[in-house]
Design a protein around this ligand. Structure first.
Ligand code: C2E
Ligand code: MG
Ligand code: MG
Ligand code: MG
Length: 292
């Protein structure tokens, strides 16, 4: 390219890149002590059994309220935590805190209540991942089969044998595995078989247009049919309208998560919801078998 043109482009990119880099450095710097400053907390988004309307579990989602930078969303800080390695202590916080919380909910409301926790690719390089999880299972006393670990397709792409080993160990412990954001990555049917997943989460980008785009409808139909053929449970992500829910229900999609039901909410709000559900559960059971 010409010198002038190249130079303009160069200047433009360095300016925007400088902004990006300094934001990243600021985030990185703040993140180093954020755990000790107790700036991270977990919110929980209900997962609903479509047939009964019952909340059967939650997904734990991390939030960072930084003293200096304000609220930072996980899509921005998780990648930085990954490349700095801070994701390891951060994820240990997520695992420990969410299992501690789950134990309380199981004791107070529902012994089969479940939790889904996101794992990031980098955690698979942590040789202590399995033993850490095992320890937290023991400390909290929750049953392994009430824990679901969410993994994106990207994790499986690398083909590293340690990922293979880690997933097998997790399954052996009785922990359930969910494939998150299904359809957005390099989806491979062979991954689903090879790694004994229990749950497939349909990405919200597919759910979004379900009622307006027939192409998306066909895709969702195919994903659901495939998951059913493989014996996987299906969770639809990002359900925002009752029209979307109706469509999914007709296709026998079992579980849904989304703003139609709840945004991610505080532990106290989940407790309140579980208390209400416990009080009215007899009617809900009658409703679900069609006697009302
Ligand atoms: P994800 O695991 O796919 O989580 C679902 C995201 O969709 C959440 O965003 C949730 O708030 C949002 N969502 C749920 N229902 C709806 C809906 O109806 N409409 C729309 N538009 N959005 C909805 P969030 O909490 O900002 O998290 C973003 C991503 O950050 C997560 O995507 C996950 O990949 C990552 N993440 C969050 N918490 C953790 C964590 O503790 N560890 C790791 N490794 N990653 C996490
Ligand atoms: Mg997830
Ligand atoms: Mg997802
Ligand atoms: Mg996602």
């Amino acid at each position: 390219s010409s010198k002038e043109g190249g130079r303009n482009t160069y200047t433009f990119f360095t300016e925007s890149m400088n902004l990006e880099v300094s934001r990243e450095l600021a985030l990185e710097e703040q993140m180093h002590n954020a755990l000790e400053r107790n700036e991270f907390r977990l919110v929980y988004q209900p997962q609903v059994e479509i047939r009964t309307g019952k909340v059967i579990g939650v997904e734990a989602l991390i939030r960072w309220e930084c003293d200096v930078l304000g609220n930072v969303c996980p899509e921005e800080f998780i990648p930085i935590a990954e490349h700095t390695g801070l994701i390891i202590p951060l994820s240990q916080f997520v695992l420990a805190e969410s299992l501690r919380q789950l134990a309380l909910w199981q004791k107070d409301y529902n012994s089969s209540f479940r939790i889904a926790i996101n794992l990031s690719p980098r955690q698979f390089r942590d040789p202590n991942l399995i033993s850490f999880i095992e320890e937290k299972l023991n400390v909290s006393g929750v049953a392994a089969n009430t824990i679901e670990l969410e993994i994106t397709e990207g994790v499986l792409m690398s083909g590293h044998s340690f990922i293979d080993d880690a997933l097998k160990s997790l399954s052996k412990l009785g922990i359930r595995l969910a494939m998150d954001d299904f359809g957005t990555g390099y989806s491979s049917l062979s991954y689903l078989r090879r790694y004994s997943f229990d749950v497939l989460k349909i990405d919200r980008s597919f759910v979004k247009d379900i009622t307006v785009s027939s192409a998306n409808r066909e895709l969702v139909n195919a994903i659901i049919a495939m998951a059913q053929a493989l014996g996987l449970e299906i969770v639809a992500e990002g359900v925002e309208s009752s029209a979307q829910l109706d469509y999914l229900a007709k296709r026998n999609c079992e579980y849904a998560q989304g703003y139609l039901f709840n945004k991610p909410i505080t532990p106290a709000e989940i407790s309140e919801m579980l208390q209400k559900q416990k009080n009215k559960s007899p009617q809900m059971i009658i409703g679900s078998i069609g006697l009302n």
